[in-house]
Design a protein around this ligand. Structure first.
Ligand SMILES: Nc1ncnc2c1ncn2[C@@H]1O[C@H](COP(=O)(O)OP(=O)(O)O)[C@@H](O)[C@H]1O
Ligand SMILES: Nc1ncnc2c1ncn2[C@@H]1O[C@H](COP(=O)(O)OP(=O)(O)O)[C@@H](O)[C@H]1O
Ligand code: SF4
Ligand SMILES: [Mg+2]
Ligand SMILES: [Mg+2]
Lengths: 255, 255
């Protein structure tokens, strides 16, 4: 069972990238579980027809004890399993609290033994890497960490922060920074800027995703590009990202 | 003594706006203390010639006990007093920990009684409003909260989060959301988008700041626009922001 964490600055394209990656992996035959770890709780939105599934934190608030896997794990596009950790009201307690609650609940209910996914992907807010947001790295939940970034300074700064956090826990856990995923924003010299940062934090750019209108069109239908436009060049970009992440020879060079 | 908190998504222009606001207020005759509450610790950089002052958290790590005000409060451009809270290493403990430490230390050393500033401005990271980042709102340290935003979706989302957090503590503290400051990024329909969000969270756009190359030019000299280009239109924009924030009739309409 491969356990991957996708980090990055809020708004950089983590959920778009992750949900398309999950869809692509599922099309390639993998059983995938995607776990949204962002208080925004919309990571899996386009795998389930454009709605927000109930979060683990919501369920705990509503049902307190009797929570079953059916309350928090939802089947989406092509059988991808969807979970949202959720987050507390702004200002109240640690924003990462939902992630801690979700991990504990999934463990308690033996989710991985029950569903036996081939790949588990955590989509994690990376603006601050502390509290619950550090858990995928710190707790040994993720083995491979990828950071989604553009050439914008603040997303590169966040990438460095995330790399530093992974490094902090090198001795404790087994999470390793496997690479940067360039999600293009159209900044000047974007590729060079991202590659320079990759070098500075001892990693590489493992894939490039162009900015593409198919993303918005698919979103408007509550779908991923992989579902809405299966034959398109953009779908192929996500399929080759799936290859890159599973460390298979990328079938298309998208950089 | 007026106590103001400037919140906003990381990278949106809080520190640029805050340091220019401080410089403008000081030019208008106010005694100003600016307290950087972002682990990046560069809020006051362009008030002190482009360098990073030692943070409160650094000092606590180095000196543990014997910390004096001279260790953490630095005089910058035109007498503006500069403090940086600092932050822990990524992944270790609450990212807002520096803010808590800084507030406690400033209180312990009676900084406000010693310096007697007319205006205290907190420049606070607003991606997550929890732990130390919620302290300016929750602890009663700030009375007026302003949020810097552009028309970009993620900065508007952060603005809504911050408004919700201020609302959480309405009954406890006395922090009130006083308005949004539009720091232009050149998004389509930017003004409309920001005004729409302002309406949704029961506040207004109190000032508009255009995107302007003088910012970068001044930054390259380690200065604010107010210091480097005192006669420029952009300096006037920040002077009128100072009026708007002190609730004086804005001398120039920048929207
Ligand atoms: N490759 C892309 N091309 C075009 N638009 C994109 C792309 N990736 C992301 N977006 C847009 O950026 C917005 C923010 O992305 P999202 O995945 O929600 O960010 P995050 O999860 O990091 O907060 C989305 O609404 C989406 O429309
Ligand atoms: N009005 C503006 N015009 C041009 N550039 C700006 C403006 N405001 C901010 N910037 C640029 O944006 C960058 C990020 O701003 P900064 O104040 O450091 O953001 P934050 O403090 O919110 O993280 C700065 O390096 C600055 O050059
Ligand atoms: S640990 Fe991080 S997420 Fe939790 S309260 Fe502190 S700043 Fe917020
Ligand atoms: Mg997301
Ligand atoms: Mg800043």
């Amino acid at each position: 069972m491969k356990k991957i964490a996708i980090y990055g600055k809020g708004g950089i394209g983590k959920s778009t990238t992750t949900s398309n990656l999950s869809a692509a992996l599922s099309v390639l035959g993998y059983k995938v579980m995607q776990i949204g770890c962002d208080p925004k709780a919309d990571s899996t939105k386009n795998l389930v027809g454009g709605k927000l599934v109930p979060t683990v934190l919501d369920r705990i608030r509503q049902k307190k004890e009797d929570i079953s896997l059916a309350d928090i794990v939802f089947k989406g596009f092509n059988g991808v399993l969807c979970v949202e950790a959720g987050g507390p009201a702004p200002g109240i307690g640690c924003a990462g609290r939902g992630i801690i609650a979700a991990f504990e609940k999934l463990e308690e209910l033996k989710a991985f033994q029950v569903y036996r996914p081939d790949v588990v992907i955590y989509d994690v807010l990376g603006d601050v890497v502390c509290g619950g947001f550090a858990m995928p790295i710190r707790g040994g939940y993720a083995e491979d960490v990828f950071v989604v970034t553009s050439g914008e300074m603040m997303s590169l700064y966040a990438a460095c922060n995330i790399a530093a956090a992974v490094n902090q826990f090198r001795s404790k856990g087994y999470a390793r920074l496997k690479g940067l995923i360039l999600n293009a924003k159209g900044v000047d010299n974007e590729r060079e800027l991202v590659e320079k940062t990759a070098g500075e934090i001892n990693t590489e750019v493992i894939h490039c995703i162009p900015r593409d209108g198919h993303v918005q069109k698919a979103e408007n239908e509550g779908k991923t590009v992989v579902e809405a436009f299966p034959g398109s060049e953009m779908a192929k970009v996500y399929l080759s990202l799936a290859d890159a992440v599973m460390v298979n020879k990328a079938r298309f060079q998208a950089c």
